[in-house]
Design a protein around this ligand. Structure first.
Ligand SMILES: C[S@@+](CC[C@H](N)C(=O)[O-])C[C@H]1O[C@@H](n2cnc3c(N)ncnc32)[C@H](O)[C@@H]1O
Length: 332
């Protein structure tokens, strides 16, 4: 992995990308780690970060880029591309020693008379001019696996161009070898673990554990708690066991957990293809628990927040792969 060269007091400006709805939680994680969030908008944060962000990147973030240029969004017309080209030629600095080949991935908000490939190829040409590195255009197919990735985001106000200092996107986890239908995006699981406020020595249960994403992410956050995953499908438990052999995975029914837990952090089936509907019988059966953090669909939110035995602490609405689940935090 290339490393940014920094003096002791310098900070690096980074673009942190998030799942829609997790922006504030990612900002809190970064601030707690001593970094300074200077701008927050939909799906992204601009951060003045210490060097530790490269060795301890935020667990809740989707991805992170060292900013090579931040200029004004030139607008939606084709002529705007010439303006963008001039601005980037003036302001873009390459912050890392460069591996090749490299690829560029662009996105923008609103309608434009140009497409993402036009932006990518424009930025790719400028980076090749600066570095001599070989550019692989996505217009002509999938780029090779070993490459450096650049990201361009036109958000209506500004354009940020950044380089990923890691070999893969942050949301990709080394531990994840197996998934099940409905497996959760790891940064969302990490956000749920943060919201659960897990303390050392507590017993944390996921009664719909699937391939284990939530408990594996929670264990990375608080290694000194005890984690137990339950699922009624043997295939899910096999996947979880292969992802993390060090956690207890048990065959069982979510309505009859055989374990006294302090916290439940869970992902009941909520996608319309898998949903189990009303969660009241499950909540009724989780008697010893003093907090539940669950990711559910819009119909299930009401059954959780209106349950008489629980008070709703917060609801976090997300957009995830075209769906709109919410994380609900309940306390006794
Ligand atoms: C949405 S998946 C969980 C995915 C998991 N968070 C992950 O990242 O892999 C829901 C899981 O609940 C399990 N399940 C459904 N109904 C159940 C029940 N009544 N008791 C226990 N497990 C159940 C399914 O087998 C499935 O593995």
């Amino acid at each position: 992995m290339p490393s940014a060269r920094l003096g002791a007091t310098e900070s690096i400006r980074v673009l942190v990308r998030t799942v829609t709805g997790l922006e504030q939680l990612v900002a809190a994680e970064l601030t707690t780690a001593g970094h300074r969030v200077i701008d927050l908008s939909k799906r992204q944060l601009v951060v003045d970060a210490g060097e530790s962000i490269l060795s301890e990147p935020p667990q809740l973030a989707d991805d992170l880029f060292l900013i090579a240029a931040g200029v004004e969004d030139p607008g939606h017309t084709k002529a705007a591309l010439n303006t963008l080209s001039r601005q980037l030629r003036r302001h873009l600095t390459v912050p890392l020693p460069h591996r090749e080949p490299f690829a560029v991935s662009a996105s923008y908000v609103g309608k434009r008379t140009y497409n993402r490939y036009d932006v990518e190829d424009l930025v790719g040409a400028i980076i090749t001019e600066r570095t001599g590195a070989r550019y692989h255009s996505r217009r002509t197919g999938t780029p090779p696996e070993h490459r450096t990735d650049w990201r361009v985001v036109l958000d209506g106000e500004s354009v940020h161009v950044g380089i990923r200092p890691f070999p893969a996107p942050l949301h990709r986890r080394d531990w994840r070898r197996h998934t099940v239908p409905g497996s959760l995006h790891p940064p969302v699981a990490a956000a749920m673990a943060h919201l659960a406020g897990i303390e050392p020595g507590q017993v944390v249960l996921d009664p719909f554990c699937g391939a284990g994403t939530i408990l594996i992410e929670a264990q990375q956050l608080e290694p000194d708690a005890e984690y137990v995953g339950v699922d009624h499908a043997k295939a899910s438990l096999r996947a979880a066991e292969r992802n993390a052999a060090g956690i207890q995975w048990q065959l069982g029914d979510a309505r009859r957990p055989q374990i006294a837990a302090d916290r439940i952090v869970t992902n009941p089936p909520w996608d319309v293809r898998l949903a189990i509907g009303n969660l009241t019988p499950y909540l009724n059966s989780w008697r010893d628990v003093d907090a539940v953090v669950a990711i559910v669909n819009q119909h299930q939110v009401a059954t959780l927040t209106e349950h008489p035995a629980w008070s709703s602490r917060s609801v976090h609405d997300l957009s995830l792969a075209g769906l709109h689940p919410s994380i609900v935090v309940l306390r006794r």
